[in-house]
Design a binder for this molecule. Structure first.
Ligand SMILES: NC(=O)c1ccc[n+]([C@@H]2O[C@H](COP(=O)([O-])OP(=O)(O)OC[C@H]3O[C@@H](n4cnc5c(N)ncnc54)[C@H](O)[C@@H]3O)[C@@H](O)[C@H]2O)c1
Length: 252
């Protein structure tokens, strides 16, 4: 089992890519703290994955510093020191730059960017005590290139890419690896939630080299690789999971 003995905390894990990662992690032998603000869905997933040994749920709004301290303490008391952190929680907000309110900008940055910073900071002590670990920060293809109508989201995802490299440089001496993952269009409720109605994103798949949108497991399998010792010499790196979306440019 590729994650035998690992103790993981995953944010935004009640659904979508975070839930897919939680499932794959438990299948591969990790004990997983599922965290989210969607308490009912998170508790259901934890119950399904095996409450006694493998999975538990804890409420965690990643933008809240105090809740990070509580979630990390609860994970340590339930399973032991944390060796894998997946900063996966994120939200989208569509609006033109000229129409984006400060409140909307700060809400997106507060969850996506500040949440990732708080998460990394919160686990350093525990991971160092454990002798090392792996932090996986979920950015986006919008952390590699700008997307119109996504100014706050793009800013937050570029910031995640940057702080990943700083953390990798500082924490490598403690055996802690830090990498960023950059999904393309993945079939989850995120876009629909941002637009306030269900949206079929599958037509976007026609644009990329692999001619399909991604599924949550496509990303979860890369996150699993980065969480495992298979990626023992990878740190400070960017892993795209985008079907080839960023292999070309607008003039192609
Ligand atoms: N779906 C895509 O096309 C896509 C593409 C690139 C990157 N991403 C990134 O992947 C990650 C996972 O997104 P997803 O596609 O699974 O979407 P999703 O909306 O299904 O999942 C996001 C999860 O984050 C949780 N969340 C929202 N605000 C939170 C908060 N303040 N604290 C804690 N949890 C919170 C939500 O409740 C939800 O469970 C996000 O960081 C997203 O930006 C998604």
């Amino acid at each position: 089992m590729r994650l035998d003995g690992k103790i993981a905390l995953i944010t935004g894990a009640a659904r979508g890519q975070g839930a897919a990662a939680a499932r794959r992690f438990v299948e591969e032998g990790a004990r997983v703290m599922i965290t989210d603000v969607l308490d009912d869905q998170g508790k259901e997933l934890a119950a399904e994955l095996g409450p006694e040994f493998n999975a538990a749920y804890c409420h965690l709004d990643v933008s809240n510093e105090d809740e990070w301290a509580e979630a990390v303490a609860f994970t340590i008391s339930t399973f032991g020191d944390i060796t894998v952190l997946v900063n996966n929680a994120g939200i989208l907000h569509f609006s033109a730059l000229a129409d984006t309110t400060l409140a909307d900008y700060q809400r997106v940055v507060g969850i996506n960017q500040v949440g990732t910073f708080l998460g990394m900071r919160a686990v350093v002590e525990s991971m160092t005590r454990a002798g090392g670990g792996s932090i996986v920060n979920v950015s986006s293809v919008e952390g590699l290139g700008g997307m119109p109508y996504l100014v706050a989201y793009t800013a937050s995802k570029f910031a995640i890419r940057g702080m990943t490299k700083v953390a990798a440089m500082e924490l490598g001496q403690h055996g802690i690896r830090v990498n960023s993952v950059h999904p393309g269009a993945i079939n989850t409720p995120m876009v629909g939630e941002a637009l306030g109605r269900p949206v079929d994103i599958t037509p976007i798949g026609k644009k990329v080299a692999l001619r399909r949108v991604g599924q949550p497991d496509d990303v979860a399998n890369v996150v699993l690789f980065l969480a495992s010792d298979d990626s023992a010499y990878c740190t400070g790196a960017e892993f795209t999971v985008d079907g080839g979306a960023t292999a070309t440019h607008a003039l192609s």
